[in-house]
Design a protein around this ligand. Structure first.
Ligand SMILES: Nc1ncnc2c1ncn2[C@@H]1O[C@H](COP(=O)(O)OS(=O)(=O)O)[C@@H](OP(=O)(O)O)[C@H]1O
Length: 405
């Protein structure tokens, strides 16, 4: 067939194709459940799910003696919105949807080392975050397909995938993913919620964006991230600046996501601590689960990406850490129940001896309740100075460069 002509200003491209049976009208049967709830990478043996990756071509291609998975083709089962350029766009097979500061950039980078993984334009193609902004040029559905790797027809063995760790905590993304990429592998890296929060804060201070000046103290930030007048944790109403504290309440995000994607081997859930401790072993398992042949990483491949260069720029007060431990423990425990796995993030013996009614802060569906809890109960935090970030989108003015003499 002649390749379709592409007009960038057209939103739909008509393609003349011979009348062959359409996989969209007559989709291949879904694989049966493999009997496990989901894939947590400590499980051994891993459930095999390689058949989910793509349609098998008639001719197989092997690499290092193993058969390679097949790049998703728009002809396979994707909606028209992505079906152009005929078979030449490789659709994502996986997306690292969370969690921010969980080691996602390293995971993404290490995955790109595999010869059968095609690299898209960049990691954070967060298409579903922007698709709903009316009147914005980023709402263009061409945005995603223009940035996906183009695969020559003869070389469609291999997969591609994206990394948008914002998605886990975003509202409304799971519905869109279900609509557009119903079989996307959802990779989530879960890090100790306090370390994640601290890492997130440090990055913002380092980059002085999102309204940060670079002089914020972690205590002030935690005390009132959203300027909620001294109420501890200042939980989000999901507007404006991202709520980093809320982002670490993983169970709330999972509850939303599993409405559209029940726990199944479509999920790959990774304990970041285990990944940091042995990157190679984790990568081996991720590749195996994606149906990719094993890959021997060259020496020196596991340099941490996005590491905070000045870890000690502001030391976390141990009392504050204790308070955050108390705050997050109930959410983490619910996560352990949901995933049937204890990440061991909190000092549970100490916490069992002292409990705050944090659950009252949220309704079952994760929306904040009117209940408040004040830090005044904690004698370690008395001189409250409230940090109030400016509204989202307001950036400090760029400094004018000094004129040279
Ligand atoms: N291999 C390895 N070993 C140990 N630690 C590692 C590794 N890879 C990433 N990291 C740490 O993960 C943090 C960055 O996470 P992300 O890449 O997900 O950040 S981002 O959301 O993409 O900005 C960042 O944490 P902090 O240094 O605490 O900020 C990285 O140091």
């Amino acid at each position: 067939t002649t390749p379709p002509t592409l007009n960038r200003h057209q939103s739909e491209v008509t393609v003349d194709r011979p009348k062959t049976p359409s996989p969209r009208r007559d989709p291949p049967p879904r694989p049966q459940s493999v009997g496990r709830k989901y894939v947590l990478l400590h499980q051994d043996p891993l459930p095999t799910a390689a058949t989910w990756i793509g349609q098998k071509p008639n001719d197989t291609l092997t690499w290092n003696g193993a058969e390679l998975p097949f790049c998703y083709s728009p002809e396979f089962d994707y909606p028209d919105v992505l079906a152009y350029r005929d078979q030449h766009v490789c659709m994502p097979s996986f997306n690292i949807i969370g969690t921010l500061k969980g080691g996602t950039s390293s995971m993404y980078t290490y995955m790109q080392n595999h010869p059968a993984v095609y690299s898209p334009f960049k990691k954070e193609l967060c298409w579903f975050r922007f698709v709903r902004i009316p009147g914005s040029d980023v709402a263009d559905p061409d945005m995603l397909r223009r940035r996906l790797p183009l695969i020559p027809r003869a070389n469609e063995h291999g997969i591609t995938g994206l990394g948008c760790p914002f998605y886990l905590a975003d509202y409304g993304v799971s519905e869109l993913v279900k609509e557009i990429f119903p079989r996307l592998r959802l990779i989530v890296m879960l890090r100790n919620p306090i370390d994640r929060l601290y890492s997130m804060f440090n990055m913002r201070v380092r980059y002085t964006d999102d309204g940060f000046t670079g002089r914020e103290k972690f205590e002030d930030f935690v005390r009132c991230q959203r300027g909620s007048h001294g109420n501890v944790m200042c939980t989000s109403d999901h507007e404006g600046t991202r709520d980093f504290i809320y982002e670490s309440m993983y169970v709330l995000h999972f509850r939303r996501w599993i409405r559209d994607f029940p726990l199944s081997p479509q999920w790959i859930i990774i304990d970041s601590a285990e990944f940091y401790a042995d990157e190679e072993q984790t990568m081996r398992k991720v590749f195996a689960h994606l149906g990719l042949p094993p890959f021997d990483f060259p020496n020196g491949s596991f340099r941490p990406i996005n590491a905070d260069p000045q870890k000690a720029h502001h030391i976390m007060d141990p009392k504050l850490r204790g308070l955050l431990d108390e705050f997050y423990a109930p959410y983490s425990e619910q996560l352990y129940d949901l995933l049937d796995y204890d990440f061991g993030w909190h000092d549970t013996d100490r916490l069992n001896a002292r409990r705050f009614p944090f659950n009252e802060l949220f309704h079952e569906d994760g929306t904040p309740s009117n209940a408040t809890y004040t830090l005044r109960d904690d004698p370690s935090i008395e001189d409250a100075r409230f940090y109030r970030p400016p509204a989202f989108g307001v950036r400090p003015k760029a400094k004018k460069p000094k004129p040279r003499n």
